[in-house]
Write a protein that binds this ligand. Structure first.
Ligand code: HEC
Length: 172
């Protein structure tokens, strides 16, 4: 009786082993992708989901990528993470800085003010979309790591190519 292994020549066994190795490499690659995506999570929120760059600029210097807009210069910001998260969640009353937490001003969690208390000073809603708490956290980290305390923007950072080339669509 002929078994499968006896029909395989020694060379075939090598090919099978090599195929196994390729599969392992393919899997390693597949697992590397989500990790890489996670690393740029805050950046994607800054440029895509939150469109912070429209007002704060791709270099975080407060010169908006939308020429009609400007925002705070993060390079000169002295804010700690906690305060930054609060400002992103609540916006800045009486300015163009939107609030990105959809529950803000439904109660007095922001500066002790409800929608009614804030009146016409109530910050505007995002130009893009509200953000989940973990997104607000990630974009605060991105700002702190990328812009805060980094000194004035260099010509390279201000060059159009400094904006990330069309980031991949978020996975659905
Ligand atoms: C429509 C314009 C606009 C957009 C969009 C915008 N901001 Fe702002 N942001 C401002 C303005 C204007 C200020 C300054 C408010 C003030 O005068 O205190 C500001 C202030 C801030 C501050 C306080 C900085 C400091 O040092 O005082 C943080 C943090 C901030 N923005 C984060 C963000 C993040 C993160 C996003 C995107 C998720 C974003 N902003 C989107 C206009 C904008």
């Amino acid at each position: 009786m002929t078994t499968l292994s006896s029909r395989l020549r020694p060379g075939s066994r090598f090919i099978l082993a090599a195929a196994g190795t390729l599969t392992a490499a393919g899997l390693a690659l597949a697992f590397a992708t989500p990790a890489a995506a996670q690393m740029t999570g805050g950046e994607r929120i800054y440029f895509e989901k939150g469109q912070c760059n429209q007002c704060h600029g791709k270099a975080g210097n407060g010169v908006g990528d939308d020429p009609r807009e400007n925002g705070a210069n993060f390079r000169e910001s002295g804010l700690d993470k906690e305060t930054m998260v609060m400002i992103i969640s609540c916006g800045v009353p009486g300015t163009n800085m939107p609030y990105f937490d959809k529950f803000s001003y439904t109660d007095d969690r922001c500066y002790g003010m409800t929608s009614e208390d804030a009146g016409t000073d109530k910050p505007q809603q995002p130009i893009s979309t509200f953000l989940a708490k973990r997104d607000i956290d990630a974009v605060a980290d991105y700002i702190l790591e990328t812009f805060v305390g980094k000194g004035p923007a260099t010509p390279e950072e201000l060059a159009p190519s400094a904006a990330p080339a069309a980031p991949p669509e978020p996975e659905h």
